[in-house]
Design a protein around this ligand. Structure first.
Ligand SMILES: *[C@@H]1O[C@H](CO)[C@@H](O)[C@H](O)[C@H]1NC(C)=O
Ligand SMILES: *[C@@H]1O[C@H](CO)[C@@H](O)[C@H](O)[C@H]1NC(C)=O
Ligand SMILES: *[C@@H]1O[C@H](CO)[C@@H](O)[C@H](O)[C@H]1NC(C)=O
Ligand SMILES: *[C@@H]1O[C@H](CO)[C@@H](O)[C@H](O)[C@H]1NC(C)=O
Ligand SMILES: *[C@@H]1O[C@H](CO)[C@@H](O)[C@H](O)[C@H]1NC(C)=O
Ligand SMILES: *[C@@H]1O[C@H](CO)[C@@H](O)[C@H](O)[C@H]1NC(C)=O
Ligand SMILES: *[C@@H]1O[C@H](CO)[C@@H](O)[C@H](O)[C@H]1NC(C)=O
Ligand SMILES: *[C@@H]1O[C@H](CO)[C@@H](O)[C@H](O)[C@H]1NC(C)=O
Ligand SMILES: *[C@@H]1O[C@H](CO)[C@@H](O)[C@H](O)[C@H]1NC(C)=O
Ligand SMILES: *[C@@H]1O[C@H](CO)[C@@H](O)[C@H](O)[C@H]1NC(C)=O
Ligand SMILES: *[C@@H]1O[C@H](CO)[C@@H](O)[C@H](O)[C@H]1NC(C)=O
Length: 396
């Protein structure tokens, strides 16, 4: 049934020439998803006023759009009908994901100061009881070109907050993400952003509190700039994990992450690639982590080219994902002491699979009970003015 949500405003449908149309949405009392999708398809500008909460109870397919402005001043919320969504979210085979909302096309602006609410708490509790539960990503930019998301708050996503899949020229600016569980069950897998098969993504001036990667560059992420992020509670800024799937070749290149504050996190600046039998391959090239300030982070600096593979197996089956031209510079702060005095861990597969790794201006300290910071490394020749901190890295 067509929703009752009304389309008001200066509808210029049928007008001759390029008169911009604007539609204002209101809540219907039932599922507002279909009316929201219809409005975005037929109007140039769609306004969700500040006092309006749209209840979206069916997945939204907003793909193939062109020249659209969604002014979200109010709230879009996804009521947590868990059995429904886990069976009806749009499916992506990459890492077995589903999503509430696909947005794609060209020249799209989503802004307005409003809220996208994933109502995650029941999902966090249900996932604790069912570890195979499919949970929806809050927003997926799919085949999107020249899209800006700015001045938006995203709350309590059941799964990743933002998935950029096959996107180009994408900007996220002044976005606040917050996943907080009020029960003992953590807000797991609530990555801030995951990029995949995408080129030219900027993520900047944003505040994140979540329970997994703050930003994760997944296979085929190129030419991206991350700057001025304040991440709390996350798993860090992560390249990878890469080289997971046998027969696939993953490229992550030309990524700069700078001006990042990272607190209460598992990792700060991280690159991870699988080793072991029956994995994939790839290249990680020209990655810079610059000007990070970290507080209470388990591993402030990480390369793990033996991801989820023990040392014996990693020596036998080194990673086929090569890591080259990496810079870690101007990184300061404190680790958590989670692994005693370790503040940086650069673990490479043997035989020069990591090369041109530069470490400079590192000022990291463990908690006070450990008098000396421990910089660890394996199978890598380091350059840069902080290389001496690591000692010899050629033993295995
Ligand atoms: C949202 O809409 C669905 C479907 O009409 C309805 O069952 C549900 O009660 C509504 N929830 C809210 C919070 O309005
Ligand atoms: C979304 O809509 C487009 C256009 O109608 C269609 O081609 C596409 O298959 C739909 N996507 C999904 C995931 O249903
Ligand atoms: C757990 O979630 C999966 C995937 O969503 C579903 O197929 C399965 O039925 C759920 N198991 C239980 C016990 O609810
Ligand atoms: C996240 O939400 C919690 C609970 O509302 C609040 O205490 C916390 O300050 C918020 N964090 C951020 C970064 O907005
Ligand atoms: C930051 O993360 C810590 C640990 O997860 C949490 O206790 C705290 O509430 C978070 N702070 C904010 C402002 O969200
Ligand atoms: C990444 O891009 C390369 C080069 O275009 C391609 O061969 C490879 O299949 C892509 N990998 C993935 C995971 O899409
Ligand atoms: C990386 O950037 C360089 C310099 O702009 C460019 O030549 C190269 O094609 C880029 N690499 C990829 C994989 O996009
Ligand atoms: C490295 O990547 C940055 C973007 O992050 C780009 O500006 C620069 O041109 C790249 N350098 C090379 C040598 O590809
Ligand atoms: C390393 O992992 C392999 C495969 O899981 C296992 O068979 C082996 O016992 C492990 N070796 C050590 C030293 O833990
Ligand atoms: C380190 O450099 C030496 C001298 O060039 C080279 O023989 C060795 O293979 C390199 N080791 C690694 C792990 O790259
Ligand atoms: C540094 O940490 C590594 C890895 O935990 C450990 O093997 C090594 O003994 C530590 N070195 C010192 C000096 O504590």
């Amino acid at each position: 049934m067509r929703s009752l949500a009304s389309l008001l405003g200066a509808l210029a449908l049928g007008a001759v020439g390029a008169v911009a149309s604007s539609c204002t949405l209101s809540a219907s009392g039932g599922d507002d998803g279909p009316a929201f999708v219809a409005a975005v398809q037929s109007c140039d500008t769609v306004i969700i006023p500040q006092s309006t909460t749209l209840n979206v109870s069916t997945p939204m397919n907003m793909t193939g759009l062109s020249n659209k402005h969604i002014s979200l001043q109010g709230t879009v919320m996804f009521p947590p009908d868990i059995p429904y969504w886990s069976g009806h979210g749009y499916y992506f085979p990459f890492q077995d994901q589903i999503t509430f909302w696909i947005l794609g096309g060209e020249n799209i602006l989503l802004d307005g100061g409003g809220i996208i609410d994933g109502v995650g708490q029941p999902w966090y509790d249900a996932f604790a009881a069912n570890s195979t539960l499919l949970r929806p990503i809050l927003l997926t930019l799919f085949q999107a070109t020249t899209v800006t998301v700015q001045d938006i708050t995203m709350l309590n996503s059941p799964e990743w907050f933002n998935f950029v899949n096959e996107g180009q020229n994408i900007v996220f600016n002044q976005v606040t993400l917050n996943a907080t569980s009020t029960s003992k069950n953590l807000a797991k897998n609530t990555d801030g952003w995951d990029t995949y098969r995408s080129d030219g993504v900027i993520i900047q001036n944003s505040i994140i509190n979540n329970g997994d990667d703050c930003v994760s560059f997944k296979p085929n992420s190129t030419n991206m700039i991350i700057s001025n992020l304040h991440c709390n509670g996350s798993h860090g800024i992560s390249v990878g994990s890469l080289g997971q799937y046998a027969g696939e070749y993953d490229i992550v290149a030309n990524i700069t992450s700078m001006n990042v504050y990272m607190a209460n996190a598992e990792n700060g600046a991280r690159i991870k690639a699988f080793a072991g039998p029956n994995v994939g391959s790839g290249i990680v090239k020209n990655i810079t982590f610059q000007n990070f300030v970290e507080f209470n982070v388990d591993y402030p600096i990480v390369i793990d080219q033996c991801y989820e593979t023990n040392a014996t197996l990693c020596a036998q089956y080194p990673s086929n994902t090569y890591i080259q031209d990496i810079i870690f510079t101007d990184i300061s702060g404190t680790s958590s002491g989670n692994e005693k005095a370790v503040v940086a861990a650069l673990t490479c597969s043997p035989d020069g699979r990591c090369s041109d790794i530069n470490v400079a201006n590192l000022h990291l300290a463990p908690p006070p009970q450990y008098p000396v910071a421990n910089y660890t490394c394996q199978n890598v020749n380091l350059t840069g003015n902080a290389a001496y901190l690591f000692g010899s890295c050629t033993t295995t």
